[in-house]
Design a binder for this molecule. Structure first.
Ligand SMILES: Cc1ncc(COP(=O)(O)O)c(C=O)c1O
Length: 394
């Protein structure tokens, strides 16, 4: 038996949706793309959504649409997937890291303010804010800073579709709803809440950014007579700017639509799994939960943690990883801090120290968390974790 840390749930409705799309005339940009975009925008309560080939392409397009260039300095967190930072480098910009808050794993907003305040207004142009593990970062506070220091915000919501926090006036703010961030990105990689194999989405409330994204997604080409300088006939199109082919095929959007219809139920199951882990590990002196009682306490405070990941910290993380693996439990580590990657070390991050991120990394391990995880499988995982920490292998 192998229990992975995350996996997709594909049922017959997903399969028949893909089969129908395969039997249709349009395999790439067919009707399912717009339908998926519309449903997704409604799900996260944003005005616009642009479906793309993956989450990394989504981030790249956001950086391009916001005009990142060789003079642009952007701040992100060291505890994220490398794509959150790489997207800025793709456009020639530079990345600086802001350490995390050990209690949440999210970028520390107090440290962010210190960083922004240490330079003239306008020195930093943007922030890539990550809802790490599914925990929505407080974008209301971040937006106040972004306005003061003239920064845009890209919300990397790859871990958090369906999650929300409650703002200072009591409104539920869904991740990716575009109220505080300029743009938000999602990934449909198989371990994520909504799985299409490869796939991504950008959401925004800004019509100009939306139009720019549509153009950049497909080579900067238009067929719109109002946008072209001339037309030579029905076949005619013009390339107006340098774009990419970041389109997602119709059949994957067909899958995205059926997956999306089950996303809320998936979150409910994830919350039940998280609650059971909370209960099993709460009070165990050898285990630190990244967000202790993160499920119930956060909900009471008006925050829904989408639990893409369930992270605990232990003293002998490598020992626990190996113990679980030898018992068929394929836990994972999220994440190796970005600045410790050889590429970043060799690109100016030589002496960068991020004490909280590094301390977090030495102990963190993500346990199996996906809707199809059975109660028996979860009890087995719990027993293997407890067995290890209780046997003195700490
Ligand atoms: C936080 C975060 N950002 C970006 C990405 C990139 O998404 P994709 O794998 O779809 O390119 C991922 C996916 O692994 C992620 O977890």
């Amino acid at each position: 038996m192998i229990i992975p840390y995350g996996r997709q749930s594909i049922d017959d409705t997903d399969i028949s949706a893909v089969v129908s799309a395969l039997k249709s005339d349009l395999l790439t940009q067919g009707p399912k793309v717009a339908e998926f975009e519309k449903s997704f925008a409604e799900y996260v309560q944003a005005k616009y959504a642009v479906a793309v080939s993956n989450g990394t392409a989504a981030l790249h397009l956001c950086a391009l649409a916001l005009g990142v260039n060789t003079t642009t300095r952007v701040i992100t967190t060291p505890i994220t997937f490398v794509a959150s930072a790489n997207c800025i480098l793709y456009c020639g910009g530079s990345i600086e890291l802001c350490d995390i808050n050990a209690g949440t794993g999210l970028m520390d907003i107090i440290k962010l303010e210190e960083m922004l305040a240490s330079k003239p207004v306008g020195y930093y142009k943007g922030i890539v804010a990550v809802d790490f593990a599914g925990y929505p970062i407080d974008l209301e506070k971040m937006k106040a800073l972004a306005e003061k220091y003239l920064c845009w915000i890209i919300e990397d919501a790859c871990h958090s579709p369906g999650a929300y926090f409650t703002d200072s006036v009591g409104n539920k703010q869904l991740c990716g709803n575009g109220v505080f961030a300029d743009l938000a990105v999602f990934s449909f990689h198989p371990v994520k809440h909504i799985a299409t194999g490869e796939g991504g989405m950008i959401t925004t409330n800004d019509e100009n950014l939306y139009k720019k994204l549509l153009s950049l997604r497909t080579h900067g080409i238009t067929r719109d007579p109002e946008m072209m300088t001339t037309s030579e006939g029905g076949w005619y199109y013009q390339m107006l700017e340098l774009g990419y082919n970041y389109r997602i095929p119709d059949m994957l959007c067909a899958l995205g639509i059926t997956q999306l219809s089950k996303a809320a139920a998936g979150i409910k199951r994830r919350l039940a799994i998280a609650e059971r882990y909370d209960e099993a590990f709460g009070g165990n002196e050898h285990i630190t939960q990244l967000t202790p009682n993160g499920t119930n306490d956060l909900l009471k405070q008006g925050t829904l943690h989408a639990h893409h990941l369930y992270v605990i910290k232990v003293a002998d993380r490598k020992g626990l990883y190996n113990h679980l693996r030898s018992n068929g439990v394929y836990a994972q580590i999220h994440y190796i801090p970005i600045h410790t990657m050889p590429f970043y070390r060799n690109s100016g991050f030589t002496d960068i120290v991020m004490p909280e991120a590094e301390a977090y990394y030495t102990g963190c391990i993500s346990l199996p968390m996906f809707p199809a995880l059975t109660d028996d499988e979860q009890e087995y995982v719990i027993s293997k974790v407890v067995e290890f920490v209780e046997n003195g292998h700490r």
